[in-house]
Design a protein around this ligand. Structure first.
Ligand code: ATP
Length: 700
């Protein structure tokens, strides 16, 4: 602390009468150019006082009186009033000069401390302002460079010293670099009319992760803000989704619940340096499949409603860059309802479909629905269907080539493969344990290879694939082809995903991991702009007309199904004899199964059972990729005679490709007898059969 600060009276007197030094408060940044302040009025005050008092003084000193002195004294005394007026003027001048000097000295110190430049001249605007500065211009040495940070520091100092006295004014500091000067002006501080919400956002963002944030109101409803615009200086992190998500959450929490009941949502424009926080209608908790065509585009299949009542759709048009659809959802998550929604929408738009349902309970209701070519349940026949579909794709491509037509002129066909892992498991099992004929047939059909080709090439042949899985796994989305996964550009996830699953589906380990699973049909869908959003899947009840199913439905559910059913059956055109023959034979098999199909009645324990053994392909409950198996899981392992036995996994070793990270091999270790350990190695696309449904996938 300086001495002058310890002695305010001395400080005042030094200011008032000046000192011998250029300025009493020079500092280390260089000698101030300020001239010392010298008051003018004190001499005038003394003279005026004397002019008033001089006759009295003479009376007191009568013995020294002489006529000359008397006349001089009376002359001075006569001018006492003009002298008094002059003194008052001088006093006023002195006060103004004194205030100017104080402001100048303050600015001089501040500029030297914050910018390390010594001002050449400081001009204080008149009148100078009693407590705070009115305006000033600081002239700097020619070419003086002031960095942004230094100017900010100076501005803060100017504002801080003014705010000590009053908050009535807001100071603006402008650096005219081309004229080597700094201008300071003040305006009346506007009363803070911001709402508590606006203030909370602005104040918290000041110390938040966004660089140089400013908050402004983007829209109002009456007096209540309905949108805020937050501008910021773009940084590397402001473009990262994870960062944005954290900021979104913090902003929504700060803004709090809105009076309208709507929720805050954020749209980022990081390259333009701003984000918009606006209100969206909350996601509905249930949306019954609307009966009207919500999207008139016949190549858009709507299936869900996102915030703000935006409809999500699967674009199956030729122009679509997301032609195939992948639905991921654990058991009971609502996958089948989404498939039903998409297929009934396809049907009412005149697009036929066919499906594979290895679980036999998911798609069976669609059998016989308008536009349904076939639903196949049997593993071998499913392999035949996939191969026939491959032939159809080749035939369609050939047709386009020969007839010189555009692929967009081909009629669309949707192929659904539900529970893909279970189907893979069945194929894998039959390839190992089936009879010679089956094994040979499966080898010839190579369904996984055909599927991989379809995933990559079916798009231009007008065939669209709809794949349903319980968990996302790169290894199975099209056999060896890594590109195949990218073709499933339209993605839907139901329930919560694992971190890896979220990364695989959405390219972000956080998306789809905090879904409100208490709401059936809640999930994440790819927005129409390519950004994944939370969405409520439409509810489409089972369309099965069998009385056992139909009678379970409520009146409103029956109305949905009746309203969706198209008047006209979609036309199914075949370009290959293979697919036509397959569908014809499948339909006659289905007719026969319906007419003569038998299911063994349940038996009780101890009762002699003479019904034939179940299909060997059906004695497992689930199948998962080998690389997804975890230690302690019970899996089915076949013995040398082709029988499956449950065994607990002691260890899992997954080997991945160094570059791509793709699984190349998985080895499961089991405890054998004594110290012996058994190892089984699985290829990259092999699945492991489970005796019980998989519970390691996140619950719906
Ligand atoms: N979009 C939805 N809206 C409302 N309720 C739904 C929705 N989807 C599913 N549900 C409810 O959840 C139940 C299970 O749905 P669904 O049978 O479609 O699940 P899933 O994923 O196919 O299961 P699984 O794979 O075991 O067949 C339905 O019976 C229904 O009650």
């Amino acid at each position: 602390m300086s001495r002058s600060q310890q002695d305010p009276l001395k400080d005042f007197l030094v200011d008032l009468f000046g000192s011998d030094k250029p300025h009493a408060r020079t500092n280390q940044a260089g000698e101030s150019a300020l001239r010392p302040y010298r008051a003018w009025a004190p001499f005038a005050v003394i003279a005026t006082t004397l002019a008033f008092l001089v006759p009295r003084l003479l009376e007191l000193t009568e013995q020294f009186s002489n006529p000359q002195l008397d006349s001089a004294v009376s002359a001075v005394h006569e001018y006492r009033w003009p002298l008094a007026a002059l003194t008052v003027c001088l006093l006023a001048c002195d006060i103004a000069r004194f205030l100017t000097h104080r402001h100048r000295a303050g600015l001089d110190a501040q500029i030297r401390q914050s910018t390390r430049h010594t001002p050449v001249k400081i001009t204080i605007g008149y009148p100078p302002g009693i407590t705070t500065l009115r305006s000033a211009t600081i002239t700097l040495a020619r070419g003086a460079i002031i960095r942004r940070k230094e100017l900010d520091e100076f501005t803060t100092a100017v504002r801080a010293s003014a705010s000590k006295r009053t908050s009535k004014w807001t100071y603006t500091v402008v650096h005219d670099a081309h004229r080597d000067r700094i201008r300071i002006t003040r305006t009346l501080t506007q009363p803070d009319l911001r709402s508590p919400r606006h203030k909370a956002l602005a104040n918290s963002l000041k110390d938040g992760p966004l660089k140089e944030p400013t908050v402004s109101v983007a829209s109002l409803d009456g007096d209540v803000e309905t949108a805020f615009k937050i501008t910021f200086t773009p940084t590397l992190s402001s473009g990262a989704r994870g960062f944005q998500k954290k900021v979104d959450e913090a902003l929504a929490a700060l803004a709090g619940e809105h009076e309208s009941g709507r929720t805050w949502a954020t749209d980022w424009f990081p390259s333009e340096g701003y984000l918009l926080m606006s209100l969206r209608a909350p996601l509905p908790t249930r949306v019954d499949h609307p009966l009207e065509l919500v999207d008139e585009n016949l190549r858009h299949l709507p299936y869900a409603t996102a915030a703000s009542e935006v409809n999500m759709f699967w674009d199956i048009s030729t122009k679509s860059n997301k032609p195939h659809c992948l639905i991921v959802g654990p058991t009971g998550g609502g996958k089948t309802s989404v498939i039903r929604t998409l297929l009934t929408e396809a049907s009412r738009r005149g697009i036929p479909f066919l499906g594979v349902d290895p679980k036999m309970i998911e798609l069976d209701g669609l059998e016989g629905y308008p536009g349904c070519a076939a639903i196949v349940y049997d593993a071998v026949r499913s392999a035949m269907l996939v191969r026939a579909l491959h032939s159809e794709m080749m035939a369609r491509n050939h047709y386009v080539h020969v007839k010189k037509i555009e692929p967009s002129q081909l009629p669309l066909l949707i192929a659904v493969l539900d529970e893909f892992f279970i189907l893979s498991g069945k194929w894998q099992r039959l390839a190992k344990t089936g009879d010679d004929e089956t094994r040979e047939l499966l080898k010839e059909l190579d369904p996984l290879g055909a599927w991989a080709d379809l995933a990559v090439l079916a798009r231009s042949a007008g065939i669209r694939l709809l794949l349903g899985v319980q968990r996302p796994d790169a290894s199975l989305f099209g056999g060896a082809s890594g590109n195949a996964r990218d073709n499933f550009g339209t993605r839907i996830s139901l329930g919560n995903l694992s971190q890896d699953g979220a990364m695989m589906l959405w390219g972000d380990s956080q998306i789809g991991r905090e879904i409100d699973t208490s709401v059936p049909g809640r999930g994440v869908a790819l927005g129409n702009d390519g950004v994944p959003v939370d969405a409520q899947m439409w509810w489409t009840p089972n369309v099965d007309p069998h009385p056992n199913k139909w009678n379970q439905l409520s009146t409103s559910e029956k109305k949905i199904i009746e309203g969706l059913r198209p008047q006209q059956e979609p036309h199914i055109a075949f370009y290959s004899a293979e697919l036509r023959h397959f569908i014809e034979s499948e339909r006659s098999v289905a007719v026969a199964a319906r007419a003569y199909g038998r299911a063994p009645e349940p038996t009780v324990l101890g009762h002699h059972d003479d019904t034939p053994a179940a299909d060997p392909g059906d004695d497992f409950a689930d199948a998962i990729p080998a690389s997804a198996v975890t230690q302690g899981m019970t899996v089915l392992v076949d013995d040398s005679r082709g029988n499956e036995h449950p065994a607990t996994v002691a260890a899992v070793t997954v080997i991945r490709d160094k570059d791509s990270g793709a699984v190349t091999e998985t080895t499961l270790t089991f405890h054998g007898t004594g110290r012996v350990k058994n190892h089984i190695t699985y290829g990259p696309h092999e699945v492991v059969l489970l005796p019980e449904p998989d519970t390691t996938a996140p619950a719906p």
